[in-house]
Design a protein around this ligand. Structure first.
Ligand code: AMP
Ligand code: GLY
Length: 427
């Protein structure tokens, strides 16, 4: 079968790599794709992820039967609906389903209706009321723009007065435009964070192996938040018992709530969780795979990914069997100097082959481009250097050894990806 994968980041490279290993896959197109996907045998087509009509037209004209959508924006714009209306199979929720990520007020209301554990929150539409509220608080808060803000819409404020600046930016300067028309002010939760993803066809739920992301740019979780500087799987703090609790208290009720609200939620559901002293609580839901979480997840995914995604889209997920490599995987993101602020592009990248020659290493491209026949950096997050190892410590060591082989002017990474779990493993 011919598959069209929508997106062009590290997550999509990991999905493409795995989809192309399936005997069911005759050809994989990626729009817009990236040089890593092309190097692995995918065919990149120059159509933007926002060009819904163009993507559907391409799929129809090229005999594509199955469209897999990577990022959230096209899903929130209704690409899933357009693909299905054209009579093609789609992996990814409808526009209504994508609201679980694209409309945080909606997500919070739904969680409250079915008592899914999450931070207490109030919603505001004007700056003065929001300011009065935060100044009346004596505990930390998290300020969140309700709409999609490319992972930048959340500010955590250990002191309530620190919320004034982000509120001004969102509500007065309107830095996120419409996405900031409604703002949530949440109680600040504390604890370790973890991610649980599941495949669902709206009825059957298939939880995947747990992961942990590293959102802050600097070692020891310091500095501004990024899209994610590294991830690993599995996560020692999320054991079987905790997974069972997450499934029964969070995943099952939210999928049921969505079914009652609008019908079937299908695709992947990402639950960002905080393990508080009172148990796991939801920080956010996303309607797609995480980036970079997808990279170590695909490294450990042993079964036929294309078949699992297809069974989800065909509403036959109960037939799916997913096997995991028991070995842990660690992904270290290499980024461009200046990220998450502004950065320079166009520096030649070398050493990827040497890194992969170490064995059990895969370098996923996130922000790369070809210029005059050379591979160059073209984004903030550039590569996801991902390794398997017999233990988390071994996977971590391998990933960092691979990083030392790769160079470009201005490359940097965090030096402590998976440290928390490796320390726990050694105890
Ligand atoms: P989000 O974009 O919703 O994932 O939020 C980004 C990051 O902000 C999360 O990964 C958490 O580290 C942090 N965060 C979000 N909400 C809260 C909260 N209520 N309490 C503490 N930290 C939070
Ligand atoms: N890495 C966080 C996310 O994909 O939302």
């Amino acid at each position: 079968m011919k598959v069209l994968l929508v997106g062009g980041g590290g997550r999509e490279h990991a999905l493409a790599w795995k989809i192309m290993q399936s005997p069911l896959c005759d050809r994989l197109y990626a729009a817009p794709g990236n040089p890593g996907i092309a190097a692995d045998g995918g065919e990149c087509v120059d159509i933007a992820v926002s060009d819904t009509a163009g993507l559907v037209k391409f799929a129809q004209a090229n005999g594509v039967e199955f469209v897999v959508v990577g990022p959230e924006n096209p899903l929130a714009d209704g690409l899933g609906d357009a693909v299905r209306e054209a009579g093609l199979l789609c992996f990814g929720p409808t526009k209504q389903g994508a609201r679980i990520e694209a409309d945080k007020v909606y997500a919070k209301t739904l969680m409250q209706h079915v008592s899914v554990p999450t931070a207490e929150a109030r919603v505001f539409h004007d700056f003065e009321s929001a300011k009065t509220y935060v100044l009346s608080r004596d505990h930390g808060v998290a300020v969140k723009a309700s709409g999609l803000a490319a992972g930048k819409g959340v500010t955590v404020c250990p002191e309530p007065y620190q919320a004034i600046k982000p509120l001004e930016e969102i509500m007065l300067s309107k830095v996120f435009g419409q996405a900031g028309e409604a703002v949530l002010i949440e109680e600040m939760l504390t604890g370790q964070e973890g991610t649980v993803l599941m495949l669902t066809d709206g009825r059957t739920l298939y939880p995947l192996e747990p992961l942990q992301d590293h959102k802050a740019v600097g070692d020891g979780d310091t500095g501004p938040n990024t899209g994610g500087m590294g991830a690993y799987s599995p996560v020692p703090i999320i054991n079987r018992k905790t997974m069972a609790r997450i499934e029964s208290e969070i995943l099952v009720p939210i999928v049921d709530a969505m079914r009652r609200d609008f019908g079937r939620y299908e695709g992947v559901l990402y639950a960002g969780l905080m393990f508080t002293p009172a148990g796991p609580k939801v920080i956010e839901f996303n309607c797609r795979f995480g980036d970079p979480e997808c990279q170590p997840l695909m490294m450990r995914f042993k079964s036929d990914l294309l078949q699992a995604l297809l069974l989800t889209a065909q509403h036959k997920l109960e037939e799916a069997v997913v096997e995991w490599d028991p070995r842990p995987a660690v992904c270290v993101v290499m980024a461009s100097r200046g990220y998450p602020g502004s950065y320079e592009k166009g520096f030649e990248i070398t050493g990827i082959e040497e890194a992969e020659a170490l064995g059990d290493v895969k370098v996923f491209h996130a922000g790369t481009a070809m210029k005059d026949g050379k591979l160059v950096n073209s984004g903030g997050r550039v590569l996801g250097v991902t390794a398997l190892g017999e233990t988390l410590a071994a996977a971590q060591e391998k990933a960092y050894e691979a990083v030392t082989k790769i160079q470009w002017d201005g490359a940097f990474c965090r030096g402590d990806i998976a440290d928390k779990a490796v320390h726990a493993e050694k105890k």
